[in-house]
Design a protein. Structure first.
Length: 207
């Protein structure tokens, strides 16, 4: 009789363990799906300096300021990830010329290369908002060799551009689940880490 109770106890424990694991797995799957929706709705601006020297890092910021100022019609927070290629591609030559003018004016002989790409970003926090790890559409600006520290921001929704306001209007591009992901940096810390771990595995296996 005792052996029967032991077997039943083990069976019950195993059932609870399987159920708990299944619920956790389901939560992770749903969360990664929410993260994917956030990534698909975001357009990033990514500028890489030629090197980490003080001069290269300084001119990187000058190029940034010139691009945001001269390209105000592009960097107004209206170009989203879906129409980035269509709307920005015709302006790439202009953006490169703008960046190269800044480089020449400051005595640098290397050039800027601008492109629209899909690239991997680790989990990044901007103020109170967090973007999960994974592949994003990005307007990428490489100065020279692009071996230096980078500067990045979010073009759409305009979280860190001059077009960004102090209101919550930028959240309208996300559904309710997406808004929870972007604004839940503390509450979702473990989930962010799991999602990043999974995205890193995919990045290594398929890229």
């Amino acid at each position: 009789m005792k052996e029967t109770y032991v077997k039943k106890g083990k069976s019950t424990f195993l059932s609870i363990l399987i159920l708990s694991f299944s619920l956790v797995l389901l939560c992770i799957i749903e969360y990664t799906a929410d993260c994917r929706e956030v990534r698909d709705g975001v357009l990033r601006l990514h500028i890489l300096a030629d090197s980490d020297s003080e001069e290269d890092q300084s001119v990187k910021l000058l190029v940034r300021d010139a691009l945001l100022s001269s390209g105000a019609a592009i960097f107004d927070g209206s170009v989203c990830a879906d129409d980035a290629v269509e709307k920005i591609s015709p302006e790439i030559s202009f953006l490169e010329e703008t960046a190269n003018s800044v480089l020449r004016e400051n005595g640098f002989d290397y050039n800027a290369k601008v492109s629209i790409t899909r690239e991997y970003f680790a989990t990044r926090q901007y103020d109170s908002k967090t973007l999960p790890a994974g592949e994003y559409t990005a307007l990428k600006v490489i100065l020279g060799e692009g071996d230096g520290h980078n500067w990045w921001c979010v073009m759409f929704p305009p979280l860190c551009l001059p077009a960004a306001s102090d209101t919550e209007e930028e959240y309208c591009v996300f559904d309710e689940d997406g808004r929870r992901v972007v604004s839940g940096s503390g509450h979702y810390a473990v989930r962010f880490k799991i999602a990043e771990w999974w995205e890193e595995i995919k990045e290594r296996l398929f890229n």
